[in-house]
Ligand binder design. Structure first.
Ligand code: PHE
Length: 357
């Protein structure tokens, strides 16, 4: 029996893998294994012989089983060690951008704008893109037959047959979010509202869907001077220049009084735009002091509160900052365009880290 023991323990210790171990197990302690056969022979022995051989066989069987288990564990440990050596990775190395996908300029610029206004204390507000005509028009002091409704090239939604209520619209600007934010938060309030807007228009600088960012600041004594400062700070930070000239041109919007359109000084030398110098002016946004009727629609008392609002085209300032000539290409999902104008996914715009790098 000691040669059996010797034979199996040596073979087990030398087994190279789990399959070899399993073969040895079957051969030794399997149903028809050598040890099992010996056990079956116990029946033919005399009681004295059996008393001596039985316990020894059992002990041998136990010993072989534990040797099998120990060898199996050792093989698994060795395999793990091997794998860890092979898959060793220096996690202190810098990441390798694969440029498999890019951040769309509209997303990038929305993040840039949000970071700049957040720094000035503006929170982000949102509203629906399918909007009631009350929020999109009436609440903004644009009553039913006001010419501004026709000028906006509005997309109207369908009502069910026999439903005479005015149809909803795809919002034509982000200004309805002013009303929703005022109703929800009251005064004082400081929000921006970036998002999609819709107008039936299509050429090199117009697409039926585009993006605006609305700004709204209401407090007890806010004036046009505050508006001017905020916009100057914004334009400097956004175009990443130290100096800008803004020109406020008197204008008209039903929801602001007085109203101004804002231009920035620029030059187009050699076909590239330079902001802050030159003899050209470029219109970038509409703005003004929020009309008392608009404050009322937002449930804010105009005898106590006042403030400014502005609305700016996100796609437009993206085209200016990054020299993108055709707006329509923004929404073509052309991978070559996205690779060219897109931004690396890990370069999140922050004021401290740099907006665009
Ligand atoms: N809603 C206006 C537009 O879409 C922009 C604007 C917003 C003007 C707020 C004044 C104040 O053209």
């Amino acid at each position: 029996m000691s040669d059996l023991r010797e034979k199996y323990l040596t073979a087990i210790a030398g087994a190279e893998d789990e399959a070899a171990l399993e073969a040895l197990r079957v051969q030794a302690v399997g149903k028809k294994g050598e040890i099992s056969l010996r056990m079956r022979e116990l029946g033919k022995m005399s009681p004295e012989e059996r008393q001596e051989a039985g316990p020894r066989l059992n002990a041998l069987k136990d010993e072989i089983n534990s040797a099998l288990a120990a060898r199996k564990a050792a093989l698994a440990d060795a395999a793990l060690d091997e794998r860890l050596r092979g898959e060793w990775l220096d996690v202190t190395l810098p990441g390798r951008p694969r440029r498999a996908g890019t951040i769309h300029p509209v997303s990038q610029v929305t993040e840039e704008v949000t970071a700049i206004f957040a720094d000035m204390g503006f929170a982000v507000a949102e509203g629906p893109q399918v909007e009631s005509d009350w929020y999109n028009f009436d609440a903004l002091n644009i009553p039913s037959h006001h010419p501004a409704r026709a000028e906006m090239d509005t997309f109207y939604m369908h009502r069910a047959e026999g439903d005479d209520r005015p149809p909803h619209v795809l919002r034509t600007h982000t200004s309805p979010v002013q009303i929703r934010a005022m109703q929800a938060q009251g005064a004082p309030i400081r929000v921006i509202a970036p998002g999609r807007v819709y107008r039936a228009d299509y050429d090199q600088t117009h697409t039926p869907m585009f993006h605006q960012v609305e700004g709204l600041a209401i407090d007890r004594d806010i004036s046009m001077a505050n508006l001017k400062w905020v916009l100057e700070e914004f334009v400097k930070a956004f175009f990443e220049v130290d100096h800008v000239d803004l020109r406020f041109r008197a204008s008209h919007f039903p929801f602001t009084e007085p109203s101004a359109e804002v231009d920035i000084r620029c030059s187009w030398e050699g076909g590239t735009l330079k902001v802050g110098e030159g003899d050209d002016w470029l219109e970038i946004l509409g703005s003004g002091m929020v009309h008392p009727k608009v404050l009322e629609a937002g449930h804010i008392d105009p005898t106590e509160w006042q403030g400014f609002a502005f609305g700016m085209g996100i796609d437009r300032i993206a085209m200016l900052k990054y020299g993108i000539p055709d707006l329509r290409a923004f929404f073509d999902s052309d991978l070559r365009w996205l690779r060219h104008y897109g931004f690396a996914a890990l370069d999140v715009p922050t004021l401290h880290g740099g907006l665009s790098r």
